[in-house]
Design a protein around this ligand. Sequence first.
Ligand code: NCD
Ligand code: ZN
Ligand code: ZN
Length: 425
Amino acid sequence: EVLDAAGLHVLPGAIDVHVHFRDPGYTHKEDWDTGTAAAAMGGVTTVFEMPNVIPPTSTPEGLRAKQAAAAKARVDFGLYGLLGEENLEHVEALVAGGVNAFKLYMGNTFGDLPSPSTGAMLEAFEIVARHGLRISLHAETASIMARRTQRLRDAGKDTPLDHLRSRPAVVATEAVSRACVLAEWTGARIHVLHISSGDELRPLREARARGVDVTGETCPHYLLFDERAYDEIGPVIRVNPPVREKPHQEALWRGLADGVIDMIATDHAPHAPEEKTRNTIWQVDCGFPGVETQMPLMLTQVARGRLSLTDYVRLSAGAPARAFGLFPRKGALIPGADADIAVVDLAREERIAAGALHSRAKVTPFEGMGVRGVPVHTLVRGRFVMRDRALVPGTEGWGQSVGRVQRMPEPRPRHVDQTMAAITA
Ligand code: NCD
Ligand code: ZN
Ligand code: ZN
């Protein structure tokens, strides 16, 4: 097929290493069909999908249930296995079953999966370090937030801004620092999800200077919103970690510019509209969809001169491909080498409207925002899944596991003392 792309730009499809498609278990929020439809419409050709579903992707059975659900995918996907206090005996089976990365919740968030103790976390890192797969971290320290939330609730506090007060930047920074120490000790490769504060950048930078293989992402909402969002948008903005004050936002932009933050992911976290507007802020589910709006929002920043197009491609495709081993070993060293492509119109203007999004969760904090620069065609392995801003019918099931191409570098386990080696042997 010949595509007349006159006036358009051909980019590698985005690789979004942080999405929640809710299937199985919460399919009133999203499923693999609607989630990957949103991805295709957003110029995203590969997603890495999170394990906080029912049953959690923490056992071989949980993984099989996830793989069955993912058979509907329209774009390529990696699957996260969960690392918890209680499932370390399943890690080997999860690797053998084909997980592409692991997820560890250091603090509670949607799904209320318990966060492992530091002891269990060290063992988990040691086990995964033998395989070389990357461990993505929800880096928020559970015990700090639990105490602060309780104090706010006891005092009758209940405004959107109280969500931010319950999770100040120390919550994330303490967790990032601790994770980096454990990664250094074990040789585990780690990835810091949803970096929301300037404070997290220092431990990240220092760990990297010490040779720790740590990557990090931030998300469009942390780059585009600040504390005014709590008033202007209301409870819909509730997300973990929270959108923070302006100086944090500015530090995140600097972090993108100087390379401390490697990539942009969305933390696509759909919830039904009624779940985003409950009586008290503490009952409102955390997160919102993002996989369809990332590319238009960030291309708008390119149009405004905040980011170069080359940097955008590195942040949305090159860096995630490198961190998660998606470069084919032999062959072209560019993401999109197997024709995973977003064809974009950098001059096209649209307005974001929740009702027009393809996620089942028709709610977005970006409602009404004008964007300049949108994907008009998306190709996955050479096949159109979106064409002329419309989903291509019959593409359900075209998506494949990235296991086909994923090659992580050799594992480099290290610093493991004999006692710990004996415990986890
Ligand atoms: C995510 C979800 O809803 O699954 N929510 C969120 O606020 N980010 C979970 C998470 O990534 O922490
Ligand atoms: Zn998280
Ligand atoms: Zn998430």
